[in-house]
Design a protein around this ligand. Structure first.
Ligand code: B4P
Length: 192
């Protein structure tokens, strides 16, 4: 099994590139953002707790997302590999993921980090907010809070994976196809 983490700030193209990568490599897509929005749509207690935080641009507690990922791993025993999108977002989540994969005699193959300037992120998310119906995309103050959460709590996750030499930085500005080609090149170079 070959597992990929697609990493980057909000609006860096993780969701967009994930769709292309799962189609190309036959991976199982695990997006914690999508899993949380699903809980919100189903009005579960977890969804109600998550919504109040997501609407403010804040991260959901580690225990909640780790629990969701653990359940998703158990529910998908027969996969070629997982594409983790938007997870891990803290070092505690990264440590938990390592432990969960170790229980399955597995580990992360590559950590691909998309790099995009803050002004481009804000522009893309405001633009998506025009049509997505996502409450966290409509307001620039909330978008900037999400970017601040990323800078203070999430960006250091890359340092955690640097210890095992799995981090590759990918320029995330350019056409969607150009970025996909750069991601694919790195995956192909590392996948057995
Ligand atoms: P996510 O659902 O992960 O959302 P995101 O980071 O905002 O979006 P993404 O990066 O996937 O969007 P994309 O660039 O594809 O998280 C939402 C919230 O859930 C978080 O704020 C947090 O509250 C919570 N959450 C999720 N996971 C969590 C975790 N692990 N721990 C705690 N809390 C968690 O798309 C953006 C736009 O850019 C699109 O309109 C797209 O069309 C456009 N775009 C993409 N590529 C482009 C390109 N190359 N050029 C121009 N535009 C492009």
């Amino acid at each position: 099994m070959f597992h990929i983490i697609l990493f980057g700030p909000p609006g860096s193209g993780k969701g967009t590139q994930s769709e292309k990568l799962i189609a190309s490599y036959g991976l199982k897509h695990l997006s914690t953002g999508d899993l949380l929005r699903n809980e919100i749509a189903n009005k579960t207690p977890l969804g109600l707790e998550a919504k109040s935080l997501m609407d403010k641009g804040q991260l959901v507690p580690d225990a909640v997302v780790i629990g969701m990922i653990s359940a998703a791993l158990d529910a998908n025993p027969e996969v070629k590999g997982f594409l983790f999108d938007g997870f891990p977002r803290t070092t505690a989540q990264a440590e938990a993921l390592d432990k969960l994969l170790k229980l399955k005699n597995s580990e992360i193959g590559v950590f691909l980090a998309l790099q995009v300037s803050e002004e481009e992120l804000v522009k893309r998310l405001l633009n998506r907010g025009l049509t997505s119906g996502r409450s966290d995309d409509t307001n620039e103050t909330i978008i900037r809070s999400r970017i601040t959460e990323y800078n203070t709590k999430t960006s250091s996750v890359a340092d955690y994976y640097r210890q095992s030499d799995k981090v590759v930085m990918i320029p995330g500005e350019g056409s969607i196809d150009e970025i996909f080609a750069a991601l694919s090149k790195e995956i192909d170079a590392r996948k057995k």
